[in-house]
Design a binder for this molecule. Structure first.
Ligand SMILES: Nc1ncnc2c1ncn2[C@@H]1O[C@H](COP(=O)(O)OP(=O)(O)OP(=O)(O)O)[C@@H](O)[C@H]1O
Ligand SMILES: [Mg+2]
Length: 278
């Protein structure tokens, strides 16, 4: 093989490493050169000897909408705990993009790097208006009261308006969040996540307790968020999974049991045995 001549720009780059960094960068600088936003490899988590995750290996592509299914206790929530830094794995690799080692970051650092998580129970500020909830969720170093007193820039106001449209709460913008329906509170909380412009959104059983209409809107919402964001959605509602997923991962006893289209995993004998055929 012939040696490739070194262009001058590369020599300059050797002196200034940042000059060589032509890799695609998403938003706030998550490096996703190989198109992978999340890498989990051989993750193990045990609680007092009980193995919640066993050599879990899973990759999420940039802009992907991935559904995670699996029986109770399969380790789905534990996996999200590892990704968000709430639980430290015993060993294994967990990377956000190429440069963020999630096993070495605090929960706050992980959130700031661009991973947003929605828990099942909505945690909105009930006494504040929908608009104020979004305002508070906006990225800021200020305290709650300082944020509410500070004047919003035009750009910040535009972003809140945009999110109000996305979550379909524009006409409720001045209502106290406490007066919203359960589903609307869930949408508001998703909106609060969106204010922080996360690259990766983790959603644990988002449609639990929702009406059919709300579930349908959630499906539309997630599909519209994919591509711009990457989504990992844990859900037991197969109708919902079928309406959004192009790629499904089945977890069982802390490992990946099957992966593919919903149709593929639904026809997988092992999946039928441990999960669907119950
Ligand atoms: N902090 C903890 N201490 C001890 N055991 C735990 C802890 N967290 C989770 N587990 C156990 O780990 C296993 C995996 O739990 P996990 O909550 O991740 O499952 P899941 O797939 O989210 O289930 P579900 O569908 O019911 O939400 C369960 O057996 C659970 O009891
Ligand atoms: Mg769970």
């Amino acid at each position: 093989m012939r040696a490739t001549p070194v262009p001058e720009t590369m020599l300059e780059a050797a002196l200034d490493p940042s000059a060589l960094d032509t890799r695609p960068v998403l938003g706030k600088g998550v490096n996703v050169r190989h198109g992978t936003i999340l890498t989990l490899e051989d993750i193990n988590v045990s609680f007092d000897g009980f193995k919640a995750l066993t050599n879990l290996t899973l990759y999420i592509g940039v802009g992907e909408l991935r559904c995670i299914i699996g029986p109770n206790g399969a380790g789905k929530t534990t996996m999200m705990d590892v990704i968000t830094g709430k639980t430290r794995p015993d060993n294994g690799v967990a990377y956000f993009g190429e440069q963020f080692d999630l096993t070495r970051m605090s929960e706050v650092e992980i959130a700031q790097a661009g991973i947003g998580r929605k828990f099942q129970k909505p945690t909105v500020f009930e006494a504040l208006s929908v608009f104020e909830n979004l305002e508070l969720a906006q990225k800021t170093d200020k305290s709650v009261w300082a944020s509410l007193r500070a004047k919003l820039s035009g750009e910040q106001r535009d972003r809140i308006d945009e999110v109000l449209q996305i979550i379909r709460l524009d006409s409720s913008r001045n209502r106290p969040a406490g007066l919203l329906s359960h589903g609307q509170k869930q949408f508001l909380e998703i909106g609060m996540l969106l204010m922080q412009e996360p690259h990766l959104l983790l959603l644990d059983e988002p449609v639990a307790g929702m009406t059919d209409a709300e579930t349908e809107f959630t499906a539309e919402l997630f599909k519209s968020l994919a591509r711009k964001h990457s989504l990992m959605v844990v859900e037991h509602d197969m109708g919902f999974v079928g309406s959004i997923a192009d790629h499904v991962t089945v977890l069982h006893q802390g490992s990946v049991l099957a992966e593919g289209s919903l149709e593929q995993v639904q026809n997988d004998e092992r999946v039928i045995e441990v999960y669907l055929g119950r």
